[in-house]
Design a binder for this molecule. Structure first.
Ligand code: NAD
Length: 301
């Protein structure tokens, strides 16, 4: 007999993050039915003990909670706008968008879903693939207090969740967090390169900065784990980072906040997008910053 006290979960988007997050839910005893466009991603959920569905609508049908971990708002809108998904989402269902989405889109979707008796909670995460595997993510939650309370036990399996405000608040906060993270990653790369040219050992620099006021997630985590060893394999794509930066600066502009530093950072990251392969990890920005300017020109012809 299935345990009816534990909500059934539909999970759409089983990639670098959604794969290990859905596996955490399975380990915690949730009945998870997942869907992803990729066969490999679906197979990894099966291997973790979850069920897989042939479509997003099949994953959503009969679920009490539907979790989305998709690349962008455009994809979230396409999935939730699919008429088959719409009719699969029963009244009373809570959709939890854990993707790093655009808060303006999230607010619009919440209103549309509400008219059909479906509640949207946004719950984007920080902590990377490692945090997803270990269930130690930071989860920034936006939504009505009662809806957030309903999904809190599920979120607690994947990390530490804290309500940031009404629907969209989590997505706004996450975009701003990533704008800061991307800006100091590039600033760290420029600083470490200057130090290296002066004759400093980059590892010593990063170590000393980590007990000094220049410390950040870039010096604490990304440089020692992915940049200095030269692996550039954090599992978070460069293009996804730029998407988040763009959300944050567009939000600032829309709200009348001047952001000249952020605008410059976005312009540099967007330039890196044109020069690096589609699959580039976001930590590649450091290697890109180390290139001579002549090497940075886009290949023409
Ligand atoms: P990913 O590209 O590894 O995974 C996304 C998955 O969505 C892929 O498996 C893809 O096949 C699937 N997908 C795309 N369109 C789909 C559709 N229409 N229906 C079903 N599946 C579809 O990306 P990720 O790194 O797992 O990131 C997912 C989200 O989490 C993004 O919004 C990202 O910005 C955010 N995020 C990523 C990290 C990280 O470290 N990777 C950290 C925090 C937040």
């Amino acid at each position: 007999m299935p345990d009816t006290s534990v909500p059934s979960v539909g999970f759409v988007g089983l990639g670098n993050m959604g794969g290990p997050m859905s596996a955490c839910l399975v380990r915690a005893g949730y009945a998870v039915t997942g869907f992803d466009l990729s066969d490999d991603a679906r197979s990894s959920l099966s291997a973790a003990g979850g069920l897989t569905a042939a479509t997003a609508a099949d994953a959503a049908r009969g679920a009490d909670i539907v979790v989305l971990m998709l690349p962008s708002s455009a994809v979230v809108e396409a999935v939730l706008g699919d008429p088959a998904v719409t009719s699969a989402l029963g009244e009373g269902v809570t959709v939890v968008d854990m993707s790093s989405s655009d808060p303006m889109s999230t607010r619009r979707l919440a209103t549309t879903l509400e008219s059909r008796g479906v509640t949207l909670v946004d719950a984007p995460v920080s902590g990377g693939v490692r945090g997803a595997e270990n269930g130690t993510l930071t989860i920034m939650v936006g939504g009505a207090a009662d809806a957030v309370a309903r999904v809190s036990p599920l979120l607690a399996v994947m990390g530490i969740a804290r309500r940031a405000g009404s629907v969209g608040a989590g997505h706004a906060l996450k975009a701003i967090n990533n704008l800061l993270s991307a800006t100091h990653l590039l600033a760290t790369a420029e600083g470490v390169l200057a130090g290296e040219r002066f004759g400093l050992d980059p590892a010593v620099m990063v170590d000393l900065i980590n007990t000094s006021s220049g410390r950040s997630g870039s010096t604490d985590n990304k440089f020692p784990n992915f940049v200095l060893p030269g692996t550039y394999d954090s599992g978070f794509g460069l293009r996804l980072m730029v998407k988040d930066m763009r959300i944050a600066v567009d939000l600032a502009h829309r709200l009348g906040v001047a952001s000249p530093l952020a605008d410059s950072a976005v312009a540099l990251w967007e330039r890196a997008v044109t020069e690096l392969p589609d699959s580039a990890d976001h930590t590649e920005i450091a290697r890109w910053a180390y290139r001579e300017p002549a090497d940075r020109e886009p290949v023409s012809g």
